[in-house]
Design a protein around this ligand. Structure first.
Ligand SMILES: Nc1ncnc2c1ncn2[C@@H]1O[C@H](COP(=O)(O)OP(=O)(O)O)[C@@H](O)[C@H]1O
Ligand SMILES: [Mg+2]
Length: 377
């Protein structure tokens, strides 16, 4: 979480930890899917003043709202709600200020202007100034899962809950990565372009036209690079790429991009299914599994050849990614290891199993690694 501003409310770490424990307990009692909400260490958390002003906010929460942590500090949560929801949100915040724990839902629009309903769980944390308290706020985004009955017998069993938790951690990580990609990559590139253009302008004013022309040439080059970066980031966002091109073409373009970006690597793509043959709800999973397995092959396998294949018959659809690299020892992952080593393998497995598919990996030092995901039709 970003540091609390000097001069702002002083919260003791011990109080914060205690508040986390209480938040976890209270959220568990009030929420039907406790594992989903509180098991995720990438949870979106903020410390809010009683009027909803962000005192401190972690990257997950900031990314959920489309901002960086620094941009949100000092802003009020109420500003992020649509105008007609300001009063209701302010009421909820005063209800929170009067209680130790309060849970409510709110529609927040964030930077994109796209309204999202979020659940907020607030736990009061005492501050050094005895007359004031801030609240530790957990933001929870509704998961895209099938609606279920609230009947206890229908509640998810432990492994399904764990599965959803992994998915949520995966989502959070993905958001964090995209947010920092946009912020650090695109933000920095645009700042540089602005500085170069200002420099060129200054030179023109001073009559140093040749210098300015040189500078503008490199600015154009830099802009071209930035357009490439934007394309790359867009290409990683599911709706744009999949909806525009369809799954087979999106996979083909992924392969070409990997091949172009890696020296001496050939990526062969083989697909005998049409976009219409793939159920809509599986497309994003297939794309993500292919993306992760290809990236793993590039990052870890020391491979020179990868083949990605998507094949289908009347009974099933099968996605395979084979590399000719060094393979790895398969070992079971505990949740903690998943955090430490990235969520790639476990994320792929859960993505596939979540929609009834079967996932397997075969790996050997001599024949490389084969990742295989199969869904019955
Ligand atoms: N295709 C592969 N070839 C060799 N090793 C691999 C391959 N895919 C994954 N691994 C190994 O498995 C580990 C876990 O992979 P993953 O869960 O995707 O996490 P990450 O890619 O973030 O390290 C990797 O760190 C690597 O050691
Ligand atoms: Mg990986």
């Amino acid at each position: 979480m970003d540091a609390i501003q000097p001069g702002g409310p002083q919260v003791r770490l011990l109080d914060l930890i205690e508040a986390m424990r209480k938040l976890r307990r209270a959220a568990c009692a009030s929420h039907p899917d406790p594992g989903v909400v509180t098991d995720a260490r990438g949870a979106a958390l903020a410390i809010l003043a009683p009027d909803g002003t962000f005192v401190s906010v972690n990257r997950s929460a900031a990314a959920l709202l489309g901002y960086s942590s620094a941009e949100l500090v000092g802003k009020s949560l109420v500003e992020l709600a649509p105008d007609d929801a300001h009063a209701a949100l302010a009421d909820e915040l005063s209800a929170s200020a009067a209680r130790d724990f309060h849970s409510f839902t709110a529609v927040l629009t964030g930077r994109t202007g796209h309204p999202t309903r979020l659940a907020l769980h607030q736990q009061r944390v005492p501050t050094k100034a005895m007359d004031s308290a801030v609240s530790l706020t957990l933001f929870e985004e509704p998961l895209m899962v099938e609606p279920r009955s609230a009947d206890p017998v229908d509640l998810l069993d432990a492994s399904e809950r764990l599965c959803q938790t992994y998915l949520m951690i995966g989502q959070q990580k993905e958001r964090q990565r995209l947010a920092s990609e946009l912020h650090d990559g695109l933000g920095q590139a645009l700042t540089l372009v602005k500085l170069m253009t200002e420099d060129a302008l200054m030179r023109i004013r001073r009559g140093q036209v040749d210098d300015a022309v040189q500078l503008l040439d490199s600015t154009v080059f830099r802009i071209r690079e930035t357009i490439g970066d934007v394309r790359q980031i867009c290409g990683e966002l599911r709706p744009l790429m999949l909806d525009k091109l369809g799954l087979p073409a999106a996979l083909g373009s992924l392969c070409r991009r990997i091949e172009r970006g890696t020296e001496a690597m050939s990526v062969v793509f083989d697909c005998d299914v049409a976009d219409n043959d793939v159920p809509e709800h599986l497309k994003a999973d297939m794309f993500r599994v292919a993306q992760e397995a290809l990236n793993n092959a590039v990052k870890h396998a020391d491979a020179t050849e990868i083949s990605l294949s998507l094949r289908g018959d009347a009974a099933r659809l099968m996605l395979t990614i084979q590399d000719n690299g060094i393979g790895y020892e398969s070992h079971p992952f505990a949740t903690d290891e998943a955090y430490a080593s990235g969520l790639g393998l476990i994320g792929m497995q859960h993505r596939v199993e979540m929609h009834g598919g079967a996932f397997s990996i075969e790996s050997s030092a001599t024949s490389g690694t084969l990742v295989c995901a199969t869904w019955t039709r």
